[in-house]
Design a protein around this ligand. Structure first.
Ligand code: FMN
Length: 150
């Protein structure tokens, strides 16, 4: 199965998590596509069969600037990805209150518009609680892998 990975990051943490997860997915036998600067045509050329978004939150619950071009291109073109499986790993800081992991929530809204099926609940990684997001994500990723293989 071919898994496309998207990331949105201001300071690089979400990109580190995305790279780590890419390694886990490859080790589990998946073909992966990950380019933090990918355009929609790059993603479409890969012909993805599943999606994983890893994004932090900035501003007041907004997506990082580097994910916005791809996010809006997908929303404008609505590629035929309906029914495909997906997951979201959101990085945030719970001290922001209501906007905690808002970037991840925006990706969930996009998945819903596209008909991408979330195979498990979004993972929320709280930077006020932990400084090891890559390893914290591993149990969630193991369940994600199992769900894709099921
Ligand atoms: C200016 C700024 C605004 C932020 N706004 C939010 C927010 O609204 N909600 C949230 O959950 N986290 C917010 N955060 C926390 C980041 O999302 C969190 O620290 C994340 O781990 C950063 O990941 P990155 O290095 O990939 O950008 C904000 C951080 C900064 C510096």
């Amino acid at each position: 199965m071919k898994v496309a990975i998207f990331s949105g990051s201001v300071y690089g943490t979400a990109e580190e998590v995305a790279r780590h997860v890419q390694g886990l997915l490859k080790a589990a036998g998946f073909e992966t596509f990950y380019d933090p600067r990918a355009s929609l045509s790059d993603v479409q050329a890969f012909a993805p069969e599943a999606f994983l978004a890893v994004t932090s939150t900035t501003g007041m619950g907004e997506l990082p600037d580097n994910l916005q071009p791809l996010y809006y291109a997908i929303r404008d073109h609505l590629p035929a990805w309906s029914g495909l499986p997906g997951g979201v790993i959101a990085l945030g800081d719970s001290s922001y209150g209501d906007t905690f992991c808002g970037g991840g929530e925006l990706v969930r809204e996009l998945y819903a518009e596209l008909g991408i099926r979330e195979v498990q609940d979004m993972l929320r990684l709280d930077s006020s609680e932990s400084v090891t997001p890559e390893t914290d994500a591993e149990p969630w990723v193991a369940r994600f892998i199992a769900a894709l293989k099921a």
